[in-house]
Write a protein that binds this ligand. Sequence first.
Ligand SMILES: [Mg+2]
Length: 427
Amino acid sequence: MNVEDVRFPTSKDLTGSDAIHTDPDYSATYVTITTSDNNLKGYGLAFTLGKGNDIVAECIKHFFPLFNGLSIDEIEKNIGKLWYDCADHSQLRWLGPEKGVVHMALAAIFNALWDLIAKKNQKPLWQFVVESKPETIINWLTFKNIEDVLTKDDAFKILTKSQEFKKERIEKILKEGYPSYTTAAGWLGYSDEKIVELCQKFMSMGWKHFKIKVGLDLEADVKRLALIRQTIGDDCSIMVDANQQWSVEQSIKHINAYKQFNLLFVEEPISPDDVLGFTKIKKAVGDVRLATGEACGGRVMFKQFLESGAMNICQIDSCRLGSINEILTVLLMAHKLNVPVFPHAGGVGLCEYVQHLCMIDYVLINGEKDNKVVEYMDSLHEHFIYPCNLKESHYMPPLDHGYSVEMKEDSINTYSFPNGNYWRENQ
Ligand SMILES: [Mg+2]
């Protein structure tokens, strides 16, 4: 096993900047798992915004000894137990438990292990997961601390029930793909002309859902929303993302003022940990749907939000949750509590990951996709050997084996930090 600190200098053109994260350098702690077969390697990553990527990378190394000498068959057979041994590591758990750096490190390793397992089975990961038997899948999961909401039995029933629809869902998804929304038309700071131009451009490419960043200037935001609604018409959807910047009181004021635009959802108005704050906002804004989850560390936090009634759109993140083992429990919990899942993406590698996750949610768990959308951002895909593939704004199911985040060698050599060619010349 090996880990690289890879950083892309996105702060230069402010790609992905928002009200809180003003200068991100989209980065990856990039794990490679080698095997005795030179043609079989697993690749996985966790996503960060630059500084601190090295800390996640260091943490990842602490888990390596747990896997030394194991065969791929042993790993596949015991992946559930291995996951919990890492999540509940007697010393490292003090740094979490099951959140923050230590959990992102776990996500990077298990993302790489799932890549390896899918490749060994010669399937794209989504297909490997949906074709696995419910009794096998159940053994990948841990229900500790969520059993009051989702039991092993509940999960087994959901997985078993979906078996009868599986074939037809797979055929449908291979043909239609899974709808996405774009965040690229409405960054804060764009001029009115640029917003209109971008909305028109994305509409002509097939997008019908537009997410806009909002700030502290209520009047300016209302003006921008009116302009966007006028440009895209009533058949398209608008959602807004406040990136954790408001207080509870400000959230209520802003959200009520936006009601006239019939928003699909309002994302992260306040701190991502403030479950009670979310419930206060929800009470005061009525049927406006609140979205959150990209900064929720684990299944236990999702349990709080999902049960509270204040997470109306569940935004899982592929590198913050502890990979497939934990993502599946959150998808199952959300399904049981009737909360739609709209995975968070963007960053680097996240779109490559969510294309598998939305297929798994559709085929294996939820069976509904026409009123749901997954985030898409057109950035940094050129560094991947198997980048995600969109057709008229729909993610098409990946067909290459694995979990899709193998990076090009040239990209790693150029952007590895601090000794890659780019960083040697630009520090
Ligand atoms: Mg967001």
